[in-house]
Design a protein around this ligand. Sequence first.
Ligand SMILES: [Zn+2]
Length: 344
Amino acid sequence: MNQDARPSAPFNSSSSGETPLVVGLDLGGTKMAAALVDADGVLRGSVASCSTPAHDGPAAMLDSISALVQQVVTSGTREAPGLPVSVAAVGIGTAGVVDVEGGMILSATDAITGWAGTRIVAGVQERLAVAGLGVLPVHVENDVDAYAAGEAWLGAGAGAEVVLMVAVGTGVGGALVIEGRTRRGAHHVAGEIGHVPVPGAQGEPCTCGRPGHLEGITAGPQIHRRYLEKGGAPDVPDAREVEKRATAGDGIAQKVYRDSAVCLGRALAGLVTVIDPDVVVVSGGLARAGDLWWEPLRQTFAAEIIDPLAPIKIIPATLGTAAPIVGAARGALALAGSNDNHRP
Ligand SMILES: [Zn+2]
């Protein structure tokens, strides 16, 4: 995604000590990135990043998160000499199912070893306090939820009342944002579109262990797996290369790409009929694919949807890698604005 998609402003005289600044942090399986964000959602200063110690255990993860937050605060001070960089809260978007109120990871895949059960808010608060930043409010949410919150606030969904967000990349995730609030549901998984059973995906293995789900046919690794299973060139390493082959006329590559898009179009038609959003925003690696993927997606959606819902647009996300940082920051701003400064 475009690293520069989100305007990043240098510090200036308007960035006074009274401007609430928060740290937004996007925690992925291979990399984490963070930046100072102001109350308007504008990134202040540069984005700092580091690799994720995904298999070194939760303590190492919390150490790295806290170190990156400190780095962002320190570099903010350096970029604005003479101006106090006072951070009001920290917002984190992370892989996994998150108990937002409890500040902990409920479940997670093997992408981050031992992440399930981690009390992320308490762990980060402790470390930041030891580092001299005081007891900061810390907000944590699922990374796709953070992404959706960013896009709904200032990106492709800006101004819309109901935004259905779908992320299609290594997996398939989603989130539902209504009037600026991400709806997490009764079991913290609202919007998890990847595990919707969808016609066309019958028999395809899904990462959750149950066959026939959308993710089993639509996600990038599944496109690659199906390409190889159907007799595609064995030296093709990933879905991106399958896309290149499809563009170059490889029939098997074209079919598995089309299957991915058609199944997503069907699933979206079903979800949209229940939710009736203003807009559907698509992010992730597949959203960067060309007409090869977008055309069958839109055609299938148009063919399945009832007339009153036909005007609903399916559009790509616009904030790029800044979206989850901005979205996590929004959660932090909300927390900083409340008196709930000492959540467990
Ligand atoms: Zn599944």
